[in-house]
Write a protein that binds this ligand. Structure first.
Ligand SMILES: [Fe+2]
Ligand SMILES: [Fe+2]
Length: 162
């Protein structure tokens, strides 16, 4: 890669890292709320997804360091988190977050290829697959809450919130 190409790729890797940092905080905030409301199963599933996002944030940082060891990966968060969401809004909200993330990461993968960086493009594609799994879980859960409401939520109280 030329210096210009490296700069373009690092820019999208940092944008993606900032999105992951926001997702971590957003999902952990939801985890605490769901645990407080005694939805232990939902709380622990959301926390597991937050941990996936931590791995993504780290994978983007490692790729930045591989391209240019002098770069410090961003610690910025992409926007503000929303606090105090209820179970019936959390899963619809998160479904849209994951949808937006997949659209963005497809654009970023394309930018990586245009700048001769197949390794970063492949990293984006691997992570898109994992965001698809998150999307599926959030979308299924939102559908259950919409269709079954309280009878579904009442079944989420067992399990641990950790
Ligand atoms: Fe992610
Ligand atoms: Fe995700």
């Amino acid at each position: 890669m030329t210096p210009e190409q490296s700069k373009n790729v690092i820019e999208v890797l940092n944008k993606a890292r900032a999105m992951e940092l926001k997702a971590i905080l957003q999902y952990l905030n939801q985890h605490y709320g769901l645990a407080d409301d005694d939805y232990g199963k939902l709380a622990s599933a959301v926390k597991k997804i937050a941990i996936d996002e931590m791995k993504h944030a780290e994978e983007f940082a490692e790729r930045i360091k591989d391209i240019d060891g002098s770069q410090e990966p961003t610690a910025e968060i992409d926007g503000k988190i929303i606090k105090g969401q209820e179970a019936d809004t959390i899963f619809l909200f998160d479904t849209e977050e994951e949808r937006t993330t997949m659209i963005k990461y497809n654009e970023f993968a394309k930018i990586c290829r245009e700048n001769n960086d197949a390794v970063s493009a492949t990293l984006f594609e691997k992570i898109i697959n994992e965001e698809q799994e998150h999307f599926n879980y959030f979308d299924d859960t939102a559908t259950h809450i919409k269709k079954l409401g309280n009878s579904f939520l009442a079944r989420q109280t067992s399990g641990t919130a950790d």
